[in-house]
Ligand binder design. Structure first.
Ligand SMILES: C[S@@+](CC[C@H](N)C(=O)[O-])C[C@H]1O[C@@H](n2cnc3c(N)ncnc32)[C@H](O)[C@@H]1O
Length: 345
């Protein structure tokens, strides 16, 4: 069969399909290796095409992986490998050079990359992820930071969640800071749920991600509540940080909204950890958890130097449980019972 698809496939539709991992689609891509006959998604419909052939296909794959690493720092592995292989296999051979050139001419922030980045990234996240580390921050790290700033006329607590996905981690950190301020007598939560922080405090939590799609979800601050969903690990006493959204007309899980006082402490921005400068300076806390595992060594080095520049003198960095510190010359480990943070040297 020869291809009758002269154009680049509709990448956003293709990306959504590949992510859905739907059975029928998987069948249609079962043979989707270089040189095979495959189906592609064009204008929302599925049409036949021939995948890039043999050795040339492998060259294209290597060129594509190097390009992705250079622009985003992402090192393709795990479940993303299969998505990428199916994407490349689905491309009509004639369309590939033009598509790669378009990607090469744009930075990762460009529109050609947007749906591709959605396909290349893993967005798993939930409220209060890694409770041991968060409790350590609340009990052993934030109290010292609050005490050191308590007498300032403008007391600043600025934090950054790098690679924040759909925002649960950012709101968790804002709530954690409020809890620590309450512990220090600097904030209160009224009986009706209203949160009052002493006016001299300037609390801000910035959430950034390379994927603009997840940032739009984060900004909405609105999360479906279902078993093993975003609320799976939320402490019982924290339900008051959310409001119930009005019932939706269609059947679906109930939805909870982050309270406006918490949302007012947060900002979301696109940011690429592999290439950019720090988005802010003089930060007391940076969380970059479960992000660096997806990046190349080069990008991890770059990101950890950024974190060092962005932290205040007493600042601390929290990584994910499987992330490795690549710049030990820049940070000093601070051990808790079952967790570790990195203080700026
Ligand atoms: C698994 S999520 C982690 C979410 C959250 N930090 C947590 O631990 O729950 C990884 C996130 O890293 C983002 N990411 C990947 N590469 C990135 C880069 N170069 N710069 C910024 N964010 C990146 C992805 O888009 C994704 O949303």
């Amino acid at each position: 069969m020869t291809t009758d698809v002269p154009i680049i496939p509709d990448l956003s539709a293709l990306s959504a399909q590949l992510r859905k991992d739907d059975q029928a689609f998987r069948r249609s891509f079962a043979l989707g290796r270089f040189g095979d006959e495959v189906d592609v998604v064009v204008d929302g419909g599925i049409r036949p095409a021939v995948a890039v052939a043999g050795g040339r296909g492998e060259d294209v794959r290597a060129r594509f992986l190097a390009l992705v690493e250079g622009r985003t720092g992402i090192e393709i592995g795990g479940s993303v490998t299969e998505r990428v292989d199916r994407l490349l296999a689905s491309m009509p051979a004639a369309a590939l050079p033009g598509w790669l050139s378009a990607l090469e001419q744009e930075p990762a922030e460009g529109s050609a990359w947007e749906s591709l980045i959605d396909l290349l990234t893993v967005h798993e996240t939930y409220f209060f992820r890694d409770p041991d580390q968060l409790e350590f921050l609340r009990r052993s790290v934030l109290p010292g930071m609050i005490a050191a700033r308590k007498t300032d006329s403008q007391a600043r607590l600025a934090a950054w969640c790098a690679g924040c996905s759909s925002g649960e981690e950012v709101y968790t950190l804002a709530m954690l800071i409020v809890e620590a301020l309450r512990d220090a007598g600097e904030a209160e939560v009224r009986g009706d749920g209203r949160i009052l922080i002493q006016p001299r405090w300037r609390v801000s939590v910035l959430g950034t991600d390379i994927d603009r799609g997840v940032l739009r979800q984060a900004q909405a601050g609105c999360y479906p509540d279902f078993p093993m969903g975003p609320f799976r690990s939320l402490p019982e006493g924290w339900a008051g940080y959310f409001e119930h959204a009005p019932a939706a007309p269609h059947a679906g899980p109930p939805v909870r909204l982050v309270r406006p006082e918490i949302r007012a402490l947060t900002t979301f921005l696109p940011h690429n950890l592999a290439t950019a400068d720090p988005p802010n300076l003089d930060l007391c806390l940076i969380l970059c958890r479960n992000v660096l595992i997806y990046l190349s060594d080069r990008a991890r080095h770059h990101a950890q130097a950024l974190f060092h520049r962005a932290l205040s003198r007493d600042g601390a960095l929290a990584l994910g449980p499987t992330d490795v510190l690549r710049r030990p010359e820049l940070f000093q480990p601070q051990w808790g019972a079952s967790t570790v943070l990195y203080r700026k040297k």
